[in-house]
Design a protein around this ligand. Structure first.
Ligand SMILES: Cc1ncc(C[n+]2csc(CCOP(=O)(O)OP(=O)(O)O)c2C)c(N)n1
Length: 535
């Protein structure tokens, strides 16, 4: 009888009963009992197991899988500093409400504070970023009822949304048989019921209104938002123009000009999700007399926002009427901006590359968009379309873990693309480290290569003393060669035609396309020029 092996087996079985279908493991010794139990489950076809050397990438991979599958995904590491590498992905999961189960293997509690090897205080290491933090251990002496206790602990923890942390103390011997004093399947319900929030009716607003949609849409399906917009007669402005062809394009440019904001001023603005990308949308929102907020994560994110109405889910509406003249002005301004914007996208530039890329993607593709300029260029310049599925880490907008998140998504989709800056690419380049036994995703990564952080040239610190050293941070590396060193094909492109030809190539596995851009400073000038031309 070996409590450690039994504990691991019961935890794995209960996690699977609670909906876990994929697990990412990072190698180690203390976590051997649970990685071996998961491997048995993998061989039995109950879960898909991925392994990654780098714990930070492993956790972001799990995050990407959860995003794409909507199921809780497990990531496991050994004890010690390994655990701390989960923190960035846990924070992102916390702020974007993604179900991620971080399992850190630990030595028994009696070894804490003794200087024992690879032992630190892992309990509560993720602080308030996790919704549950359990410190689980096996009794030295087998106890009847223990299996049910473990199962209900795990099951209850999984009732929480967002990230949870299971720190599991494994006593030696770490390997052993699965005999116990009672059956391991001890009287536990197989299905947990999840309760949905009920929609409540919207107040009566027979007036000019707009719907402003944050990139994450508070996880509300776009088709529901489109229906709401039709019923209300309110236009949709979205941070993600690739979520619907019905949205008003180039919202941040349209509203970048103060007199146009005034002209299009709404009486009511409904905000769905969090607006994190552009100042112009937030300034426009401030002009509204009344604000309606729709987000299920009010407790977490509404601290700075005040709403005349707050809804946890999309409100129910009856048809309402809007001033047709106001709506006409709105559409006219938007059509004008659209044709002017297209004029600026004809030659090689970051906005042109990004908008060409997203316009060429095959329908039904998944797209991961990195933070910094790529997500902003899409918001400002892309022509709306409805046939893509977009993902982004907007919880904390980190440039970390982006490749791994994209791979996690690609593992759950047929064809996935990603667009990412060169610093974000280099930050998570270890995400490209896939062992020969790993499932190879089909993923095309477009790197906008401007040798450093291009966004900083668009910010007020541009040109301050030491700008290049402390903000621009050029690295001078060839991104294509870096990709090749990981065994991933990397190809450089310098024209929109060459870019189109590369997107059209139907290849398997991971491929990197590097859009080689002239320099960061000229891009910042171009962005300024475009906004002046649109004034
Ligand atoms: C983990 C993390 N570290 C630092 C930052 C701050 N940051 C925001 S954008 C940026 C530069 C990104 O450069 P790159 O990925 O090349 O994109 P570009 O700005 O050129 O579009 C940095 C360092 C961040 N968001 N996340």
């Amino acid at each position: 009888m070996n409590p450690t092996t039994v504990l691991a087996e019961v935890i794995v079985d209960q996690l699977i009963l609670n909906g876990v279908r994929e697990v990412v493991v990072a190698p180690g010794s203390r976590n051997a009992p649970i990685t071996m139990a998961f491997f048995r489950a993998h061989q039995a076809g109950r879960v898909r197991l991925h392994s990654r050397i780098d714990e930070r990438s492993a956790a972001f991979l799990a995050l990407g899988i959860s995003k794409a599958s909507n199921l809780p995904t497990v990531v496991i590491c050994t004890s010690g500093s390994a655990a701390a590498n989960f923190h960035p992905a846990i924070l992102e999961a916390h702020h974007s409400d993604i179900n991620l189960i971080a399992i850190t293997a630990d030595r028994p509690a009696r070894l804490r504070h003794t200087g024992a090897n690879q032992t630190t205080n892992q309990v509560g290491i993720f602080g308030e970023a996790v919704n549950v933090s359990l410190d689980i251990f096996a009794p030295v002496k087998p106890v009847v009822g223990q299996v049910a206790k473990w199962r209900s602990e795990i099951s209850t923890a999984l009732f929480e949304n967002g990230p949870i942390h299971l720190n599991i103390q494994f006593e030696e011997p770490l390997l052993g048989d699965l005999e116990w004093i009672e059956p391991l399947s001890n009287g536990i319900p197989e299905e947990e019921e999840r309760i949905e929030a009920l929609a409540r009716p919207l107040g009566k607003y027979e007036t000019n209104g707009v719907i402003l949609v944050g990139h994450d849409r508070a996880a509300i399906p776009m088709t529901d938002i489109e229906r709401l917009s039709e019923n209300l007669g309110w236009p949709i402005l979205s941070e993600d123009p690739l979520s619907s062809e019905k949205i008003i394009p180039h919202a941040s440019l349209l509203l970048g000009n103060a007199s146009r904001r005034e002209l299009l001023k709404p009486k009511v603005a409904m905000v769905i999700g969090r607006l994190t990308l552009s100042r112009s949308l937030n300034s426009y929102l401030e002009l509204a007399d009344q604000k309606i907020i729709v987000d299920s994560r009010i407790a977490e994110i509404d601290t700075a926002r005040s709403g005349d109405e707050i809804h946890l889910t999309l409100p129910e509406v009856t048809q309402q009427k809007v001033d047709p003249e106001w709506l006409k002005t709105f559409v006219k301004s938007s059509v004008e901006i659209h044709s002017k914007v297209l004029e600026h996208l004809k030659s090689w530039s970051e906005p042109a590359v990004v908008s060409e890329f997203v316009s060429q993607l095959p329908e039904k593709s998944a797209l991961f968009v990195a933070s910094s300029r790529p997500i902003r260029d899409i918001e400002s310049f892309a022509t709306p379309r409805s046939d893509l599925e977009t993902f982004a880490n907007r919880g904390l907008a980190g440039i970390d873990g982006n490749i791994s998140t994209a791979i996690g998504i690609a593992l759950n989709r047929k064809k996935t693309f990603a667009v990412i800056g060169d610093l974000a690419f280099l930050h998570d380049v270890n995400g490209l480290l896939l062992g020969p036994e790993e499932v190879q995703p089909d993923l095309i990564i477009l790197v906008i290569s401007n040798d450093g952080g291009g966004i900083f040239s668009t910010l007020p610190q541009n040109g301050v003393a030491g700008f290049e050293k402390i903000f621009g941070t050029p690295h001078g590396r060839s991104i294509a060669k870096v990709a090749e060193s990981y065994g991933i094909p990397g190809i450089e492109v310098r024209t929109l035609e060459a870019l189109g030809a590369q997107i059209a190539r139907d290849t398997k596995g991971i491929r990197v396309i590097v859009a080689v851009m002239p320099d960061r400073e000229s891009n910042a000038k171009l962005l300024k020029q475009i906004s002046t031309d649109l004034d």
